[in-house]
Ligand binder design. Structure first.
Ligand code: TRP
Ligand code: SF4
Length: 329
């Protein structure tokens, strides 16, 4: 069995981009693999160090989302990063062998440093991708399902692995491979990528049918369709992207043909997409709310998962200490 591992930051609410981009994929990968899904609260601290009170509620919500989207704690190990202190030890040890330049040249580093509202000029933020490396390799993960924006982080993880194995002449760590999600980028309400910072999200928890219909009515469509009788082009319309993600084949075909000959209006088209989204998302939302009513259960899931993760991490750390000639007294 291959080992799959991924992490999500507990910062803010989960939107439908997370659902089709990550969570659905996590669900699939828990079958036939040994899956570890981690809530990276230390990583959240790199930007939320002033808003620490937000992290635990976001952790609970994310756990509820995991369960609501079909993750089975018997199959997948669901855990919290900060509950497995070994990640911090490995991060420290890796920091000794990682050239500063490797971290400084990570493209997301400079970009986030400049664009973030929070002051990110900290030591911890520079080390973000190295902590992520520790997260991954401490479980000797083979596959890491992530979005495209994480590819450089994975590349760094592989470089660090090679350096470690070379320096200490032992194949302690395998090189982890990224598994890209097949889903295309999910557009937001304005047609740009769905992202919290663009304020264009549809959150899983606000998929009240009415809210969803209102959201979809506001969505950008093909700007060439000014009048109802103007033909449109679904290929450039964000609404059509949502049809691809949520509608059945028949509706998809119908929209694809009718839009091009002005046989369907945008209003009706958006209504259809809202219906399809409600069908898919409403049950998830209900389950999230339901799980959030049982906080003790969420805690149990996290406690059990973290204990299981810790065992694996401890075994790896014994090997690491031995390879690096650290004493056991
Ligand atoms: N950096 C990842 C993100 O922002 C989160 C993350 C932290 C992660 N540790 C990880 C992802 C380990 C995969 C594996 O999406
Ligand atoms: Fe987009 Fe649908 Fe309008 Fe065509 S009919 S432009 S696919 S919203």
């Amino acid at each position: 069995m291959q080992r799959v591992l991924s992490g999500i930051q507990p910062s803010g609410s989960q939107h439908i981009g997370h659902l089709v981009g990550a969570l659905d994929n996590f669900e699939k990968l828990q079958h036939g693999n040994e899956a570890f899904y981690m809530i990276v609260d230390w990583h959240a601290l790199t930007s939320k160090y002033e808003a620490v009170e937000e992290i635990w509620p976001a952790t609970e919500e994310l756990t509820a989302c995991f369960l609501a989207t079909g993750l089975d704690p018997e199959k997948a190990t669901i855990f919290i990063q900060s509950q497995v202190k070994e990640h911090a030890e490995l991060h420290l040890l890796l920091s000794m062998i990682t050239p500063l330049s490797w971290l400084e040249r990570v493209p997301t580093y400079k970009e986030k440093l400049q664009n973030s509202v929070a002051d990110l000029s900290s030591y911890g933020f520079l080390g973000y991708p190295l902590l992520q490396t520790a997260d991954i390799i401490i479980y000797k993960a083979d596959k890491v399902p992530v979005g495209e924006d994480q590819l450089f982080h994975l590349e760094l993880a592989r470089e660090v692995v090679r350096r470690f194995n070379f320096l200490y002449r032992k194949e302690v760590f395998p090189e982890p491979a990224a598994v890209l999600t097949k889903t295309p980028k999910v557009p937001g309400l304005d047609g740009k990528k769905m992202s919290k910072s663009y304020e264009n999200c549809i959150y899983l928890r606000d998929t009240d049918p009415e809210i969803l219909e209102k959201c979809t009515r506001q969505m950008a469509s093909d700007p060439a369709r000014v009048k109802r009788t103007d033909p449109g082009n679904p290929d450039i319309c964000p609404v059509f992207e949502f049809h691809k993600l949520f509608s059945d084949d028949e509706t998809l075909q119908m929209v694809n043909t009718e839009c091009r000959r002005a046989g369907i209006g945008c209003f009706d088209c958006k209504k259809k997409v809202a219906e399809a989204m409600i069908r898919r998302i409403a049950p998830v939302r209900e389950q999230i709310e339901d799980h959030l009513k049982h906080k003790d259960h969420l805690r149990d899931v996290l406690r059990t998962g973290s204990a299981r993760a810790r065992q694996v991490a401890q075994t790896t750390m014994a090997e690491v200490r031995q390879a690096m000639k650290l004493p056991t007294l």
